[in-house]
Design a protein around this ligand. Structure first.
Ligand code: NCD
Length: 338
């Protein structure tokens, strides 16, 4: 199993089933702190450099929040233009500089392989927050934790489940990383539901079938959504060669309550990494699903904080000291009716 302390988390390829389960166990211990029942100062004085060179709201804020919840400080840069990379600095040099200031780095960048390249120059652990169309390991872990918890409600597990991955499987890095993680489990049925031009890359399909899973490659939703987990994705417009090319797929696959009733199972769990594209000509996951109990998208967000807290605790070697630095929470931040 990966030893975690002092390691980068760049790809799900670093994780075996034991490592995944260890992360989940540490994530579970983070729950009282994420829910503000207690707080901990275990990372007091530690600094996270949160470097986001590509658009992000939830992943960026989730990494920052996770570090703050452990008592650490967050320094953040957003966008390429406001960074020295725009002056031609190499990722290696930026890493040498940043890791002289920080104790950990979370990074997102539009190029595949860029976060690994950065990590070669960093003296502190680097966690990949998404490198172009390549990988998004923390999202995959939070998705897997969500699947485990959602199926757990029906006393079912990940082994033996049926998952439908829907939408842009070509450019969607979250479905790439999730599929690879699922290779550590048994007897899964995958429905890859995507237009012909946006199907899952062959190297992922090969890994999934080598793991002994069953794969159906299909190009329409009808008849293919009766799965335990239905994981919808956004068309990754920013990764297409041109906007015209992306427009061809916009709004092609939409799930609404009516589609859910007609094609899903009674308790199919609906997931999406977010953001869902809510523009009327896209709208891949309709707002009319917001009161559907099986819509797990906001539970995914909560699980993301737990996973990122766990990864910071593990890579900085404090996972066994959380309670030692514990304190009470004297404030109330929830509104009266929530
Ligand atoms: C995803 C991403 O950035 O890959 N979002 C996320 O991190 N939650 C998916 C997307 O942007 O569509």
């Amino acid at each position: 199993m990966l030893s975690f302390q002092g390691e980068n988390i760049l790809s799900v390829n670093q994780l075996d089933r034991e490592a995944i389960e260890h992360i989940f166990a540490v994530a579970k211990q983070m729950e009282p702190y994420a829910k503000k029942h207690k707080r901990t100062r275990v990372l007091e004085g530690a600094i996270l450099a949160n470097l986001f060179f590509e658009p992000s709201t939830r992943t960026r804020v989730s990494f920052g929040t996770a570090f703050n919840l452990l008592g650490g400080i967050v320094r953040e840069t957003t966008g390429m233009q406001s960074s020295a990379l725009a002056k031609g600095e190499s990722l290696y040099d930026t890493a040498r500089v940043i890791s002289a200031y920080a104790d950990a780095v979370a990074m997102r960048h539009p190029d595949a392989g860029s976060v690994s390249e950065f990590a070669t120059g960093s003296d502190v652990p680097v966690i990949n927050g998404g490198d172009g169309p390549n990988e998004h390991p923390t999202q995959a872990l939070l998705d897997l934790l969500t699947i485990d918890r959602e199926l757990g409600r029906f006393e079912r597990g990940i082994d033996g489940m049926h998952i439908a991955l829907v939408g842009d499987l070509k450019y969607g890095r979250t479905v790439h990383s999730l599929s690879k993680l699922l290779c550590h489990y048994k007897d899964i049925r995958f429905s890859m539901v995507a237009p012909d031009g946006l199907q899952m890359p062959d190297y992922i399909l090969d890994s999934v079938s080598n793991a002994g899973h069953k794969i159906e490659i299909v190009s329409k939703m009808e008849g293919n959504l009766a799965a335990d987990i239905v994981y919808q994705t956004r068309i990754q417009e920013e990764r297409f060669p041109s906007q015209e090319e992306a427009n061809k797929y916009r709004g092609g696959f939409r799930i609404s309550q009516a589609i859910y009733n007609a094609h899903c199972k009674p308790n199919s769990v609906l997931m999406h990494p977010l953001p869902r594209d809510s523009r009327s000509d896209a709208n891949e996951l309709d707002n009319d699903l917001n009161n559907n109990d099986n819509l797990a998208i906001f539970r995914q967000v909560q699980n993301g904080v737990l996973i990122r807290m766990a990864l910071f605790a593990l890579t900085l070697g404090v996972e066994n000291q959380i309670t030692k630095y514990e304190a009470d929470v004297p404030w109330f931040s929830r509104k009266r009716n929530s």
